[in-house]
Design a binder for this molecule. Sequence first.
Ligand code: SF4
Length: 436
Amino acid sequence: MNSDTLKVHAVSLGCPKNRVDTERLLGSLGPSVVAAGHPENADLVLINTCGFIRPAVEESVDAILAVQESIAGLDPRPVLAVAGCLVSRYGEDLVREMPEVDIWLSTRDMNRWPALVREAMAREADPDLPRRLSTGPAYAYLKIGEGCSHRCAFCTIPDIRGPQVSFGVETLAGEAEDLVAQGVPELVLVAQDVAAYGSDLPMDWDLRTLVERLLPIQGLEWLRLMYLYPAGLTEELLSFLAEVGRPFLPYFDIPMQHAHPEVLKNMGRPFARDPRRVLDRVRKYFPDPALRTSMIVGYPGETDAQFDALCDFVRETRFTHLGVFAYQAEEGTPAAAMPDQVPEGVKEARREEVMRIQAAISEENLERWVGEEIEVLVEAPHEDWPGLYTGRAWFQAPEVDGVVYVSSEPGNPFLPGRMVRAEVQEAKTYDLVALA
Ligand code: SF4
């Protein structure tokens, strides 16, 4: 399956009315449907059956068995759908006899067809592995897709994991509901590029569809989006997010990787001649967002002047959080074969320089919270100090950002996973200290 087409192999049995039904079923899947030619080549095989008389029943059953045989063992296997009179007539018996069929559609349920196809397609993309949370009671990651369809010159992910495969909205919503039902108040959406969610699916789904489906989940307090490839932050997405409000958090993790257009071009990240435009777009809709980014210094060919431009950009943007990495050549990537590799010592010095700039910015940014009352999501008791807990404010993502150290009153312990209100007493370089 690719992003533009849904390859369908349709078998229409019985009368002309049934053929019209088949055509309607195909038509209702939208313009992306193309004929697969044969079942082995299809994303979806549809057998629209007839069950009117015995020979027709036999012909229908034979047709299903023939298709099952031809697609058995394929990986990925096409979704197999059986519709029509046979299903209306023998419904439950068929479901028992033929567990390989993914979708059973009786003539009474025709209007559910597009939704059933979407769900089955999503199940195909979903690894469906059971989860045991490793992140404690305060948050959980919701992985919304696998792989990546960008081709950044330094990155091995597209080769290792293949192109992006988004999981289905309903599958993800089910997983999200389960997680929140376990008491997890914060969900963090992750993928290689969260903003590109859905672009590989044949149906009309995007990140908005998914966020809209997740927001009403009862008990979900914070919904955070990580890894937003800059170009995906469109006016449409931002204006939508600006409207929805909580539990969506105005926290934008936008891996920029560099700020100089020439380096970005060499990185194969042609998202903007001027990366400032992406941030201006975010700020147009969110006047006071939390902004996180990551940067790579010492990319092949990075000159002193280009590095200085990166530093200026960091000083000027005043990111809430910033991760900086010294470029490492990954075997097999185009960047590894580029001339003008930067010496290790230079790379490391540049990394330290950016960290030094950001440390001062972070401290200043955090100062503004001193004296403010903020909401803190309690994560865990501090290992050494009774009555002290680590937690996070909305502008701090788990694991990668700083924390809030929050103290409870004696005899009034906090429960990890709960929100508390606390007054910020002190700002450190990356962390806050607060009293509930
Ligand atoms: S750096 Fe990120 S966006 Fe670029 S190819 Fe790798 S995973 Fe995809």
